[in-house]
Design a protein around this ligand. Structure first.
Ligand code: SAM
Length: 283
């Protein structure tokens, strides 16, 4: 019987067989620690359908396939498609798509998977160069995705537990804290990857809160409040609304004094500001 894809020897053999080198431009760092991929898959609530972004050579995919009814993978590197098809041939529940995840129709995919498999989760070791856009796409995507489990660089992981006022707090933190119960599951050292990245990683799990208000205009508004980190909230709002007067009135109506930056405010404040704007039909 073959060793798991995530084992050091099998990864080495796959890379040699297909004459593959990890492409930095695609953020490729392949996991070579079976216990790490098994633990991530095990914690991901992947029983129904699971979406994996960037399967690489299949280290995590294999562990998901063992635990899930259906695995749908989006991989942008065409060299890896025949590798995945060959190495995962014994699993008939894996669907491999050559597609940039940021360009897929996530709403349509989730709706089809949900109907067929009853639940849809996400589990992925994210490519570092597009971690933030991928997370925004997931957060602002279909709310039927109840669980998202991702491996990210340690610094990105820290943003989700960052309190307002700390340098790590960002629009991504505010959205994540508003929409999800966020839990850091475990740390992963650089030595668990081939090639090893310079920084450590962490596996973070997001569990969707019930009944939170999620219209696209709200997310656009939150990102606009943080648009220029060095600018005050007033200045970012002035830009977004196209009127300093309106920005000043909005902040005053919400009782926000002292000209703060968005990084100093709790996510609930942005929700209140947005609701106030909407009531005035300014959005
Ligand atoms: N899941 C594998 C593992 O854990 O060993 C590989 C993870 S590697 C950090 C990131 C993977 O994402 C690579 O296979 C890369 O080609 C792929 N990727 C990069 N950008 C992508 C995108 N926009 N959409 C889909 N896959 C992408």
């Amino acid at each position: 019987m073959d060793k798991p894809i995530a084992s050091v020897s099998r990864t080495r053999s796959i890379l040699n067989t297909y004459d593959l080198k990890a492409k930095k431009t695609f953020g490729q760092n392949f996991l070579t620690d079976v216990s790490v991929v098994a633990r991530a898959a095990e914690s991901s609530h992947c029983e129904g359908a699971v979406i994996e972004i960037g399967p690489g050579i299949g280290a995590l995919t294999e562990q998901l396939a063992m635990r899930s009814a259906h695995v749908r993978c989006y991989e942008v590197d065409e060299r890896l498609i025949p590798v995945l098809e060959a190495e995962l041939r014994e699993y008939d529940n894996v669907e491999i798509l050559l597609q940039d995840f940021l360009e897929c129709d996530l709403e349509a995919a989730v709706s089809i998977l949900l109907e067929r498999y009853g639940s849809v989760s996400v589990c992925a070791n994210l490519p570092y160069y597009v971690t933030t856009p991928i997370l925004f796409r997931l957060f602002e995507g279909p709310q039927e995705i109840e669980w998202i489990t991702v491996m990210v660089q340690k610094e990105v992981g820290e943003r989700f537990s960052a309190e307002p006022g700390s340098p790590e707090y960002s629009a991504l933190s505010a959205e994540a804290q508003y929409l999800y119960e966020v839990k850091k599951l475990f740390s992963v050292p650089g030595s668990a990857f081939t090639p090893p990245p310079k920084v450590d990683s962490a596996v973070i799990r997001f569990h969707r809160k019930k009944g939170v208000h999620t219209e696209p205009g709200l997310f656009e508004f939150i990102r606009a409040c943080f648009a220029q980190r060095r600018k005050t909230l007033y200045n970012n709002l002035k830009e977004y609304l196209g009127s300093g007067e309106q920005a000043g009135e909005l902040l005053a109506a919400e009782g926000i004094a002292g000209n703060p930056r968005a990084q100093q405010l709790d996510c609930e404040v942005f929700v209140h500001l947005y609701e106030r704007l909407k009531q005035g039909e300014c959005v």
